[in-house]
Design a protein around this ligand. Structure first.
Ligand SMILES: [Zn+2]
Length: 67
């Protein structure tokens, strides 16, 4: 999936969804490969992590509608 917005800190388009494996569950987060920043939260789905990451950047271009 390549729908992640640029990193809010370094501005690079290097963000990826990462999977975190716990003993009893799997969580997701988004991490920037450029500056290694991550959100301070864990998400139950890739989509939720990606959506939150994208919202965090601030939708300056106003493209929030999917269709
Ligand atoms: Zn970054």
């Amino acid at each position: 999936m390549d729908r992640l917005k640029p990193c809010p800190f370094c501005g690079e388009k290097n963000a990826v969804v990462i999977r975190i494996n716990y003993t009893h569950a799997v969580r997701f987060n988004v991490r920037c490969r450029q500056c290694s920043c991550m959100m301070n939260r864990r998400f139950v789905s890739e989509e939720e992590a990606a959506n939150t990451w994208n919202r965090r950047v601030g939708d300056t271009d106003g493209k929030e509608r999917t269709e």
